[in-house]
Design a protein around this ligand. Structure first.
Ligand code: HEM
Length: 120
């Protein structure tokens, strides 16, 4: 049985492909698409993939800016955060990522809400 979560995503290349599709889905989303209209896909996908890989146990190391700094110029509400999580779930569903593995990643991302949600 495959219990390596990174492998379940297809390694870093699989995560990269997932996050590129995630970016496309975010832009198409009626609720939060506007946040991403100036965000370029490849660098966004690369940073997210690296971060997800790190959060799943490595060996990758996220080298981007801190979450708080990256998001402070946008007014992000809890509802925006929840919408983003839904879009990520849809992107993972589309790739057939097992539910338990999806939850592992979401559980690592969830606490980041403290540095990302900045508006009531
Ligand atoms: C757990 C949830 C989230 C994680 C892990 C996350 C992670 C990231 C990362 C790693 C980047 C850097 C991408 C790069 O270097 O190009 C980024 C950028 C960005 N994020 Fe998030 N994010 C989250 C939630 C959100 C939410 C809820 C919004 C708004 C609805 C949002 C909007 C943005 C935008 C607009 C950028 C681009 C910033 C820029 O290029 O200046 N993020 N995010």
């Amino acid at each position: 049985q495959n219990t390596d979560p990174l492998q379940a995503f297809g390694g870093l290349p699989g995560l990269n492909a997932l996050m590129l599709d995630f970016h496309a889905r975010l832009r198409a989303d009626a609720r939060i698409g506007h946040f991403f209209k100036d965000v370029k896909g490849p660098p966004f996908a690369e940073a997210l993939a690296e971060q997800a890989c790190q959060e799943l146990g490595g060996p990758c190391q996220y080298k981007g800016a801190p979450m708080k700094l990256l998001h402070q110029d946008f007014e992000i509400r809890a509802s925006d955060f929840n919408a983003l999580v839904e879009v990520l779930q849809a992107a993972m569903d589309a790739r057939g990522i097992p539910f338990a593995v999806q939850n592992r990643l979401l559980a690592r991302f969830a606490p980041m809400h403290r540095d990302i949600i900045n508006t009531r």
